[in-house]
Design a protein around this ligand. Structure first.
Ligand code: PLP
Length: 378
């Protein structure tokens, strides 16, 4: 079956086959008929609720099918999923190479918590490509990729980075939230752990937080064990919503991506815009890499308003009527976010020709969205 069909039929309940959507089973205690059943449950059965019952199992199965993974770990937020992947990838003291474009709260984990695990973070230029080999030392344990990067949308050469990592025995992790595991499969490009905030596109309705990590082989085993020792649990109600969101993921991505790219083209041609940060634009420095690795664009990108101060950028966002202002992205409703207050770069200093605004393009009509932007830009 093609993957669009598989996404509709994967993760079906084995227990309640007559139901289209698996039932929500809320439980901490799971009763057993015998001590043997409690201590050594048959494979596929649960003896306690922490690992998740239904529809958590079905959600894991559907995501595993998307990534062709051997295990999918679920975490209570996207941030927790990236942290889970990093904890699984770090197997001893040394150094970690972290993309300079990492999501800011992930960066905080790297700066504050990795050193407590004996790991020193070193930040690298997201456009480094195969030259990452020159940063790898005998101490390097792990590389964290995010592509495209948060806020600034640089695309990374994943096959080149994973090839260099494998040659040196270094484990790789990616924050794959933008592609949602649908527009790209990082595991097929050689990444060991793929994490994503299901909060964004998989959920798609801006009403819960969750994250997933997918891995294969020995990494899948390690992931399963890390998930368990760290006590991660996801509510079955949220798992139900997430699985429901997943069924329409390709449709929503296609629509958001197409509308977003159309808006990106129009912004690119607008006299007040210095630069549009969207890898699917042919004028983007990342376009060739993007075209090689992604099957299409997501609907999240940014642009720089020429000569605007951060305060002027904020005023533009505040003047929008259709684009609401708020954190997060990937929902059905379009959002705009002024970003200058949250950019941190240490490997490659960030310099822009004006204020940076990020759009998360939802499912509204493209002309209505453009009308709002054209009005506030003047
Ligand atoms: C939002 C986001 C996260 C964190 O997701 P939460 O569910 O909000 O914790 C991680 N990585 C990226 C790239 C994100 O945009």
């Amino acid at each position: 079956m093609k993957r669009d069909t598989r996404l509709i039929h994967s993760g079906r309940s084995q227990r309640d086959r007559e139901l289209v959507n698996p039932p929500v089973r809320r439980a901490s205690t799971v009763l057993g008929d015998s001590a043997q059943a409690l201590y050594e449950p048959t494979p596929g059965e649960h003896h306690y609720g922490r690992g998740g019952l239904s529809p958590n199992d079905e959600l894991r199965a559907a995501i595993a099918d998307m990534y062709e993974a051997d295990h999918v770990g679920l975490a209570p937020s996207g941030l927790a999923s990236v942290v889970l992947a990093l904890r699984a990838a770090v197997t001893g003291p040394g150094e970690a190479l972290i993309t300079d474009s990492a999501y800011k709260p992930v960066r905080r984990f790297c700066d504050e918590e990795l050193p407590r695990l004996g790991v020193t973070p070193r930040y690298y230029d997201p456009r480094i490509g195969a030259d990452i080999a020159q940063l790898i030392t005998p101490q390097t344990r792990m590389i964290l990729i995010e592509s495209p990067g948060s806020l600034t949308f640089e695309v990374q050469d994943i096959p080149a980075i994973t090839a260099a990592a494998r040659a040196a025995g270094v484990t790789t992790v990616i924050d794959d939230t933008w592609s949602a595991g649908w527009l790209m499969n990082p595991l097929a490009l050689g990444v060991d752990y793929a994490a994503q905030a299901l909060t964004k596109y998989a959920g798609g309705h801006s009403d819960f937080l969750m994250g997933a990590v997918a891995a294969r082989g020995a990494h899948a085993k390690r992931l399963k064990s890390q998930e368990s020792v760290n006590g991660l649990h996801v509510s079955p109600d949220d798992a139900f919503l997430c699985l429901r969101g997943l069924r329409t993921l390709p449709l929503r991505l296609e629509r958001s991506g197409a509308t977003g790219l159309e808006l990106a083209h129009r912004l690119d041609a607008h006299k007040r815009i210095a630069r549009v940060l969207h890898p699917a634009l042919p004028s983007s420095p990342d376009h060739a890499l993007y075209a090689r690795q992604f099957s299409g664009p997501a609907g999240c990108f940014a642009f720089i308003v020429k000569d605007a101060s951060a305060a002027q950028g904020e005023a533009i966002a505040e003047s929008c009527q259709l684009f609401a202002m708020g954190f997060s992205w990937g929902g059905f409703e379009s959002l705009i976010l002024p970003c200058d207050r949250q950019i941190i770069r240490t490997a490659v200093p960030w310099s822009a020709e004006g204020a940076l605004l990020r759009l998360s393009v939802g499912l509204e009509d493209v002309e209505d969205l453009w009308g709002d932007l054209a009005r506030v830009l003047g």
